[in-house]
Design a protein around this ligand. Structure first.
Ligand code: NAD
Ligand code: ZN
Ligand code: ZN
Length: 352
């Protein structure tokens, strides 16, 4: 094993990532070291690098929370993973295991949770330290490139859909048809829902139709909530907002059917106004949803392994990360870029 690794590092918020040669970390007791094969680029990584959120990561840090690879070394006392296992190092990097949330299998809201690529170094590096109790176990049927988007975009979409409570045959509106949204459309169809995809980009809406969306609406044209209500006879039973834009949140609430649930997963910085009278009089539920638990992870990956949900990926080398971030900020990534550590020459092979 070489002693150093390439990593893309956030040294200052809002500045391009720096490429550094760093020591490969050694796994301490209870830790594993993962040799990265692939890592998806989530819009959250861009928020992290820009310091968008109230609780900021400590500089410098390595982003990336869709890292997939093989266990290269295990620390003392590790029994739940062994060298050679293929695992994913997700956003929920670890949790305490003892609080009321951990004990009731709601570990995503553990007050002592650590976050991959945020409070802990992540997958934009050739090696990642991980907690074996919280890694995703990657089914054999999935390549590492295909699995990467599922461990954040996939699980978050899947869990968010469940949190809407929408039932087979009912309508779900998915606002934002990018990294999360293109997977949400597929999960929702497999779960028997009728899907309306909402985006501001006609190319993404055309792709949404190919992925099975029953209806598409451009959020910038006409009155999108009225269009949806007419087409669905009263609005969507469930709404999932993945768009990183505050305008989409207000619109999503307006798209929600009476007694329906609007689930917020997009995380643009800021606040949005809630029309109190409409929410109260229509008995609408608005709820947040944050990635998913380890049980949700296994379910979300199983859909992928069975071929029912497939991420559209664009492989890129780590050296392209700053260009990828620029494109993500402009809404110019069709679905998901995945950093390919195994074949760095994959540059520029865009799938669409
Ligand atoms: P992305 O950039 O791949 O996709 C965003 C999509 O939203 C794009 O297709 C874009 O065209 C579309 N969009 C932009 N403005 C819109 C608007 N006004 N109306 C409708 N669509 C609009 O991003 P992503 O990786 O899918 O992440 C989306 C958001 O979800 C980010 O804010 C990210 O931080 C957040 N996120 C949250 C969780 C969670 O656990 N809650 C997990 C992962 C990501
Ligand atoms: Zn993410
Ligand atoms: Zn806990």
């Amino acid at each position: 094993m070489t002693r150093t690794m390439h990593a893309a590092v956030v040294e200052q918020f809002g500045k391009p990532l720096a490429f550094r040669e760093m020591s490969i970390p050694a796994p301490g007791p209870g830790q594993i070291l993962v040799k990265t094969e692939a890592c998806g680029v989530c819009h959250t990584d861009l928020h992290a690098a820009q310091g968008d959120w109230p609780v900021k990561p400590t500089l410098p840090f390595i982003p990336g929370h869709e890292g997939i690879g093989r266990v290269a070394a295990v620390g003392a006392g590790v029994t739940s993973a062994k060298e050679g296992d293929r695992v994913g190092v997700p956003w929920l990097y670890s949790a305490c295991g003892h609080c009321e949330y951990c004990l009731s299998a709601q570990e995503t809201v553990c007050g002592k949770a650590e976050f991959g690529g945020y409070t802990k170094n992540g997958g934009f590096a050739e090696y990642i330290l991980a907690d074996p109790d919280y890694v995703a176990h990657i089914p054999n049927g999935l390549s590492s490139l295909e699995a990467a988007p599922l461990i954040c975009a996939g699980i978050t979409s899947y869990k968010g859909i469940k949190e809407t409570g929408a039932r087979p045959g009912e309508w779900i509106a998915i606002s934002g048809a990018g990294g999360l949204g293109h997977l949400a459309i597929q999960y929702a169809k497999v779960m028997g829902l009728k899907v309306c995809a909402v985006d501001i980009d006609d190319g993404k809406l055309a792709h949404a139709t190919k992925l099975g969306a029953d209806l598409v609406i451009n959020a910038r044209e006409g009155d999108p909530a009225a269009t949806l209500k007419t087409a669905t006879g009263g609005g969507a039973h469930g709404v999932l907002i993945t768009a990183p834009s505050l305008g989409a949140f207000r619109q999503g609430v307006a798209m929600t059917r009476k007694r329906g649930t609007c689930v917020l997963v997009g995380l643009p910085p800021g606040e949005f106004p809630v029309p109190l009278f409409d929410v109260v009089a229509n008995c609408i539920t608005i709820r947040g949803s944050f990635v998913g638990t380890r049980a949700d992870m296994a379910e979300a990956l199983a859909f992928g392994a069975e071929g029912k949900v497939k991420a559209d990926i664009e492989p890129q080398p780590l050296s392209a990360i700053n260009t990828v971030f620029d494109r993500l900020g402009r809404g110019d990534v069709p679905s998901r870029v995945v950093i390919d550590f195994e074949n760095p020459s994959h540059a520029s092979a865009r799938e669409e």
